[in-house]
Write a protein that binds this ligand. Structure first.
Ligand SMILES: Nc1ncnc2c1ncn2[C@@H]1O[C@H](COP(=O)(O)OP(=O)(O)OP(=O)(O)O)[C@@H](O)[C@H]1O
Length: 277
């Protein structure tokens, strides 16, 4: 082994051990979710016996075809739904406690911005609700807009922004209250490919700077591989974890990472794991 590859080996080892050393933050145990049909139809088992540990500071994706329960799992973590069986704990607390302490930031597929508020006032909204001092709010809005690259658009209204810019506002708003965990539900699926690729790079940059734990829902294999430390593959009827795949592609990742053999291999491996589902 050359000196260089020895060094690379050491470095790779230290990155892996750093990741492994991180503590479990979100613990999901024997989780099941059955939706009752309000019209008397058959109940739908959206998730069955899901077990998963999510580490602090990790970027993890929940990947699977439509209807496999990705959104349901994210909403259970967020305390927007209650499970039929099993439990979720977040650093020893219940999802409700975590939600009430404003430790979740949530980004939806559609950023749902208030049309009559400027970008600054949209980002400010959760801080107003929390009763934060005006001077602190103003400083935080500036910091968040800088983070998402929209500092010059603070006085614009949502209709004056592109879809990608609106989604950036959604991310800035979710991060404004400095949550510990960022929950993202297919945030880029409505965007064109070019905008999505740009936002992937920007999101990874934001994640590196803020060190949040990110739980990212997607049905796009390439997106999941590019962004994540681990990809959780869910299979439908009922939704269950069929594979958890470590993505050992070096960071920082860039467009060139997508042209590597490793990247293709992960995509093939994940695609194969769906076969027969
Ligand atoms: N409120 C609800 N009432 C009844 N059934 C529901 C409800 N929400 C979801 N379901 C059902 O639960 C299953 C999982 O839905 P969920 O939205 O979590 O899947 P998903 O993987 O996020 O799908 P998609 O990628 O299409 O958003 C589906 O069969 C869905 O029809």
């Amino acid at each position: 082994m050359s000196m260089l590859s020895e060094l690379e080996g050491d470095y790779a080892g230290s990155v892996i051990s750093m990741q492994q050393k991180k503590e479990t933050e979100i613990k999901i145990e024997n989780l099941s979710m059955v939706y009752q049909d309000k019209n008397g139809g058959k109940p739908v088992t959206a998730l069955k016996n899901v077990n998963l540990d999510i580490r602090q500071g990790e970027f993890i994706s929940l990947l699977g075809p439509s209807g496999c329960g990705k959104t349901t799992l994210l909403r259970l973590i967020a305390d927007l739904l209650q499970p039929t069986e099993g439990r979720i704990s977040v650093s020893g607390q219940t999802p409700r406690e975590v939600r009430l302490q404003k430790k979740y930031g949530i980004v939806f597929q559609n950023p749902v911005l208030y049309d009559w508020r400027t970008v600054r006032r949209n980002v400010c909204m959760p801080m107003e609700i929390m009763g934060m001092e005006k001077a602190d709010r103003t400083a935080q809005v500036t910091k968040m807009l800088e983070l998402v690259g929209l500092l010059n658009f603070g006085k614009h209204y949502p209709y004056e922004l592109s879809g990608g810019m609106q989604q950036r506002v959604g991310i800035a708003r979710a991060l404004a209250i400095d949550p510990e965990i960022l929950l993202m539900d297919e945030p880029f699926s409505a965007l064109d490919e070019f905008t999505r690729e740009k936002l992937h790079i920007d999101l990874l940059d934001i994640w590196t700077k803020t060190e949040k734990t990110v739980v990212f829902v997607t049905h796009n294999i390439s997106e999941a591989v590019f962004l994540s430390d681990r990809v959780v593959v869910l299979s439908p009827h009922p939704g269950r974890v069929s594979a958890v795949i470590d993505i050992d592609i070096p960071r920082p990742r860039n467009m060139e990472s997508k042209q590597t053999q490793k990247f293709y291999d992960y995509i093939t491996k994940i695609r194969n794991s769906f076969e027969g589902v």
